[in-house]
Design a protein around this ligand. Structure first.
Ligand code: MCU
Length: 411
């Protein structure tokens, strides 16, 4: 197998081989290779049409299949989640390849080394692991870059150098980074799709070394702030092994909905929109460019991201002091996405809290109680009150003008 040479550091080394699920050619890679949940394999999911004609200024129905009909059961909702995954990859993110042919991992000191081979190409990357003292196993939070939330005692931190997997300097970063060394510089993935793939490989690695690592791969969180918050939300949406997703000040392109941000802009607030973001950086696939100036033709929007994370725990942190983040958009968008948690009868598994503070990515003390509650309950297995959905009082969300569908109670 090309590139499958054993890693130099062998303190803990495990090799896994999965059947090939991805190809090196971006044009032939299946857009459905990554599903957030496992839908029934009996062919009972409605097929998603290859071409979709859509035009809707409001926020699309989370539960309605593109081909018609709505999910009324939890099983059917897993079909809809697979469809939403397809739509997101097709129109915004680009394809997130499935499990590579080979992943090997070793943990030596604080360095987790991950070697990946697929279709004859290989890459290697590292993540640094800092653990509490003691033997564990400990839960861990994977932080894009470095965490800008306080990580409590008893939880390990794993620093993910996401820029190494896909660069995000500016528009010239397209196709640059280790993901593209593996899958080709013309691959459809934007940086966020590539990073989500990287998080999945870190989880693969943690599963491989779990016997000796002191990290419990079933209690993993992911976080990031700003551009990296957008990325953390996408990773949580597309990697079902992530137990707790904590995007911080992700704003437009993360917790914001394109439609609401466009509306804010129309009403005179200088906020980030789709048409701006596609020129600023390479977070999205070039597939998204065509939609950025005609957002109503997009058959999804970011209220679908919580619907992909659901019912897994999600705590969204935002900042109302910065118009560019689209605080009105993130509040309305996440409130709409929260309907998925309502439908699944898991309303205390998703929280949103936005307060006003001047320092972008600084952590405000006012959010500490809820952050502590989410981490305590979902990573440390303690009981805590995780019911929270608040923004400070500058605006409200008029659901009636954005939502023309009702939320089922999924059985
Ligand atoms: C909030 O995230 C981004 C934002 O989307 C960009 O327009 C701006 O340039 O940078 C923000 C960021 O990542 O700040 C660290």
């Amino acid at each position: 197998l090309p590139g499958a040479a054993p890693p130099a550091s062998t303190s803990t080394t495990v090799v896994t081989t999965a059947p090939p699920t991805s190809t090196a050619s971006p044009t032939t890679t299946s857009a459905t290779s990554t599903a957030t949940t496992t839908p029934p394999s009996d062919g009972s999911c409605p097929a998603t049409p290859a071409t979709i004609t859509y035009n809707n200024a409001q926020l699309a129905d989370i539960f309605g299949f593109v081909a018609g009909g709505r999910a009324t059961t939890k099983d059917q909702f897993t079909c809809r989640q697979a469809e939403i995954s397809t739509l997101f990859q097709r129109y915004e993110l680009g394809t997130i390849p499935g499990k590579p042919q080979s992943v090997t991992a070793s943990l030596s000191g604080n360095t987790l080394t991950i070697n990946v081979s697929d279709q004859g190409k290989s890459i290697s990357f590292t993540a640094s692991v800092s653990k509490p003292s003691g033997t564990g196993p400990f839960p861990a939070i994977i932080a894009y870059g470095a965490p800008s939330i306080p990580i409590p005692a008893g939880v390990a931190t794993i620093n993910f150098n996401n820029d190494d997997i896909a660069a995000q300097q500016d528009g010239s970063s397209r196709g640059k980074g280790k993901f593209f060394t593996l899958y080709g510089s013309g691959h459809s993935a934007g940086a966020m799709a590539a990073w989500a793939w990287g998080v999945s490989r870190i989880v693969d690695a943690l599963e491989l070394v779990q016997a000796t690592s002191g990290i419990d791969p079933k209690r993993l969180g992911v976080t990031g702030c700003s551009r990296n918050g957008k990325g953390a939300l996408v990773a949580g949406a597309f990697e079902p092994r992530i137990a707790l997703t904590i995007p911080q000040e992700s704003g437009s392109g993360g917790a914001g909905c394109w439609r609401i941000s466009d509306d804010m802009m129309k009403r005179g607030t200088s906020t980030q929109t789709a048409s701006e973001i596609v020129g600023e950086n390479v977070w999205f696939s070039t597939n998204f460019n065509a939609f950025s100036t005609k957002v109503p033709t997009l058959s999804e929007d970011h209220h679908f991201l919580p619907a992909l994370v659901a019912p897994r725990p999600l705590f969204v942190i935002e900042n109302t002091a910065i118009d560019w983040l689209g605080p009105e958009s993130t509040f309305g968008c996440m409130q709409t996405g929260f309907e998925a948690y309502k439908a699944l009868q898991k309303t205390d598994f998703m929280g949103y809290k936005a307060v006003s503070h001047p320092d972008h990515c600084g952590f405000p003390a006012a959010i500490q109680p809820q952050l502590t509650a989410f981490i305590s309950r979902f990573l440390l297995n303690q009981s805590a009150n995780t019911t929270v959905f608040t923004t400070d009082g500058k605006f409200s969300f008029n659901a009636a003008s954005w939502i023309n569908w009702t939320t089922p109670t999924l059985t």
